[in-house]
Design a protein around this ligand. Structure first.
Ligand SMILES: C[S@@+](CC[C@H](N)C(=O)[O-])C[C@H]1O[C@@H](n2cnc3c(N)ncnc32)[C@H](O)[C@@H]1O
Length: 323
């Protein structure tokens, strides 16, 4: 048991932990507070919440059954204060018994997923091109995307989700290669990327497969569209005084968060109205002005946190209320 807890704890370092606990503290200190970790992962953030806020209970959602199993072992010592739920968080409101006092979305992939080499997330091992976070879903795998998407679609995926400069060349090579033999393994893809991406660029921009693998993972798991839906559902399921914290790793994720939070915290009064009527007052207020970033110290300790942005918002009045 002790070993399993150690294992889960060692497999993913929770990002911006102190900043998140401090930002959520006013809502978590309330008696019987409900904390929702909508991307449970290895349960690092949830463990810290349950330790620091002795009266809080937590619901942890993950689409990855292996993450749920490991986090479940790690959090078993909290008894019925913790409940794990296997679900996709796009409709988080449907999973909750009541509005949440605090909620966290730590978007993206976990170190567990990257480390489990046979799941195809890593370009460092030759494995089946799977990349589904939910191993029970019959959704498309990365191999399916490479074998069925049109060349234009592949180019768009690589350019938008991977910010890959050589998206067109790579998409062309993917289609040419699959005419010879369908894509099945990551090793062959890495080899092809090494041959297509100019050497000078490989020297400057890190591993040649990094951006393509990120793009495929985002497409396979429908991460950006999913996040657009999830953020609306999350805002809907916050109690008054409840806070939502979001850690984004990709600039497009952060843009979606920023836009959703700006809309939620803006007055709906028509322009030119001299006085704001109660029904036009926003239902939310921003807790972080702009996005918070990790400290120098954290960046040094955990390079994975390099691109992260934290935004926090609070529900200040009930949905549709006029008070
Ligand atoms: C970055 S990790 C979370 C790490 C966690 N905060 C910790 O400290 O251990 C993200 C997790 O969210 C899960 N996830 C990503 N998108 C999801 C979605 N749409 N619905 C449910 N879980 C999702 C992934 O499977 C992964 O386990």
């Amino acid at each position: 048991m002790e070993m399993s807890r150690g294992l889960a704890a060692d497999r993913h370092v929770p990002v911006m932990l102190t900043e998140i606990l401090d930002a959520l503290a006013p809502s978590l200190a309330r008696s019987g507070a409900l904390y929702v970790d909508a991307t449970l992962g290895m349960g690092g953030h949830t463990e810290a919440v349950l330790e620091r806020f002795g009266e809080a209970r937590a619901i942890g959602i993950d689409r990855d059954t292996e993450a749920l199993r490991l986090a479940g072992e790690r959090l078993a010592r909290f008894g019925d204060r913790f409940e794990g739920v296997h679900a996709v968080n796009t409709e988080v409101a449907d999973v909750l018994p009541r509005p949440a006092d605090a909620m966290l979305f730590d978007l993206g992939v976990s170190s567990l997923q990257l480390d489990e080499l046979d799941r195809g997330f890593s370009y460092r091992a030759d494995a089946p091109l799977d990349m589904r976070m939910d191993q029970t879903s019959d959704g498309p795998t990365a191999a399916d995307v490479l074998n069925t998407a049109s060349q234009d679609e592949l180019e768009r995926i690589l350019k938008t989700y991977g910010e890959e400069r050589f998206a067109r060349k790579i998409a062309h090579a993917v289609v040419k290669e699959r005419e010879k033999q369908p894509w099945t393994t990551s090793g062959r893809l890495v080899e092809m990327l090494r041959s297509v991406i100019p050497l000078a660029s490989q020297r400057q921009s890190g591993h040649p497969a990094k951006r393509t693998f990120q793009a495929l993972r985002i497409e396979v798991n429908d991460e950006l569209r999913g996040w657009e839906q999830a953020v609306t559902s999350a805002l809907d399921s916050l109690a008054v005084g409840g806070r939502l914290a979001v850690l984004s790793f990709h600039s497009l994720e952060d843009r979606i968060t920023k836009r959703a939070f700006a809309t939620a915290s803006a007055s709906t009064a028509p322009p030119g109205l001299p006085v704001e009527l109660p029904e036009h007052r926003p239902e939310f207020a921003l807790v972080t002005r702009g996005a918070a970033v990790p400290s120098e110290d954290e960046l040094e300790r955990n390079p994975r946190s390099a691109s992260v942005r934290l935004r926090v918002i609070e529900r200040t009045r009930a949905k549709g209320s006029q008070s």
